[in-house]
Design a protein around this ligand. Structure first.
Ligand code: DOR
Ligand code: ZN
Length: 428
């Protein structure tokens, strides 16, 4: 017996048209997509005219396992992913212990198989313990199933070590995913360096701490032939550098978070630097930087949206701004936020936003996902574009509550998510 989705509208990702289609799933696979499918013998779900999209991919999340179960687990993080319409997430290795061995890559796959509500692709660390001193066994990480290598959470300070990592990764055809941060420039900053940090007397992180590292790594990528993927871009000069790299034909790709597209340091000013739920790394920057990120997303310089979902406990986020940990949750609210703020405002057509959650990350990371055709794996989400609902702490599946967006009213919530033919989220 198959699963038949009736009364839905399928978004054509090329033309933007909404097409009345029924979709039949058999096992893990989309068996049929047609205007009418005979319901006999199938379990039917009525989609009430809601919109069917390929399941989203988020190439940057922190699931916190192993080691930080108070912040998140694979079980809670992937449940949040499913609620947010995601069917594939790539998780960061800054766990305890750091995911820097084949055993730990396998641990993530095994735990996901038991407890997960979406496909999880782990990154392996570039350096042992993310300490920036000694390379991991990159070939062994790849053999165990690592999607790429990254020391996310910290930048790799040594240029020669990064060059060697890129040489090895290039030979293995493995992406090098960078958290671009020059520690000497960032020092112990806790927010963007600028007029607001000066007024509040908080130590600043200059945009240069990001852009200077991106410049270095673009040149190293050219030197080694590696695929460089720049995490959470946030600064105007950084966007310009990626644009330049792409114009030279280099294998350089990048992502931007919803918060860097929608917020600036101004919200920290408004609350006098008293709320660490506004603290994230890279920091919320100036309006000029925000607009440069938006322009980069619109013109294709920035390939995709990624959340950098980074849950922390409430106790940690109640600490003073300077000492609380960096990070926002994002999985459950990324699509509704950007649908509401970009699509409904007329900045970006729906199908282009959806591309940045689906085909674009799939293509960049060579994952066979992001389209809804017969024969493909049944990874999809159904969104209600009409009903407006508040972002409510009580409804979150993630353990984290750390987001400046709580209380905001948005549209575009998922009502059904299916991962490999299995219902992973249903509401309605
Ligand atoms: O805000 C952030 N949180 N930025 C990072 O780079 C790391 C992340 C985390 O792990 O909490
Ligand atoms: Zn991160």
């Amino acid at each position: 017996m198959g699963l038949l989705l009736k009364n839905g509208r399928l978004l054509n990702l090329k033309t933007g048209e909404l097409e009345a289609r029924e979709l039949r799933i058999e096992g893990e696979i989309i068996a049929e997509v047609a205007e009418r499918i005979d319901a006999a013998g199938h379990e039917v779900i009525d989609l009430n005219g809601n919109v069917i999209l390929p399941g989203f991919l988020d190439m940057h999340v922190h699931l916190r396992e192993p080691g930080f179960a108070a912040k998140e687990t694979i079980e809670t993080g992937t449940a949040a992913a499913a609620r947010g319409g995601f069917t594939t997430v790539a998780c960061m290795p800054n766990t305890r212990p750091v995911i820097d061995s084949p055993e730990l890559i396998r641990y993530v796959y095994e735990t996901t198989a038991k407890e997960g509500s979406c496909t999880v692709l782990p990154y392996g660390a570039i350096t042992k313990g993310e300490l920036g001193e000694e390379l991991t066994d990159i070939a062994a990480l790849k053999a165990a199933g690592a999607l790429g290598i990254t020391d996310d959470g910290v930048g790799v300070q040594s240029s020669s070590l990064m060059r060697e990592a890129m040489r090895v990764a290039a030979a293995l055809d493995l992406p090098v995913v960078i958290h671009s941060e020059d520690e000497d420039l960032a020092k112990d900053g806790c927010m963007n360096e600028g007029v607001v940090s000066k007024r509040l007397g908080l130590p600043g992180i200059p945009g240069l701490a990001e852009s200077a590292m991106i410049a270095r790594d673009i040149l190293l990528a050219e030197d080694t032939g590696a695929h460089l993927h720049v995490c959470h871009i946030s600064d105007a000069a950084s966007v310009e550098l990626v644009r330049w790299a792409k114009s030279r034909g280099l294998k350089v790709t990048t992502e931007v978070t919803p918060h860097h597209l929608l917020l600036t340091e101004e919200i920290i000013d408004r609350t006098d630097g008293r709320d660490a739920n506004m603290k994230v790394n890279p920091p919320l920057r100036s309006e000029k930087d925000r607009l440069a990120c938006l322009q980069g997303l619109l013109d294709g310089t920035i390939d995709m949206v990624a959340t950098d979902h980074a849950p922390h406990t409430e106790e940690e986020k109640q600490r003073p701004f300077a000492t609380a940990p960096f990070g926002f949750i994002g999985l459950e609210i990324a699509f509704p936020l950007l649908y509401t703020e970009l699509v409904q405002q007329g900045t970006l057509p729906l199908h282009e936003l959806v591309q940045k959650f689906t085909v674009n990350p799939a293509n960049v990371f060579k994952i066979d996902r992001g389209s809804l055709e017969a024969g493909k794996v049944a990874d999809l989400t159904v969104v209600d574009l009409e009903e407006e609902r508040e972002i409510a702490a009580a409804e979150l599946k993630t353990k984290g509550r750390n987001t400046p967006f709580l209380g905001k009213k948005v549209k575009g919530w998922s009502v059904l998510t299916i991962n490999q033919g299995r219902i992973t989220y249903q509401n309605h």
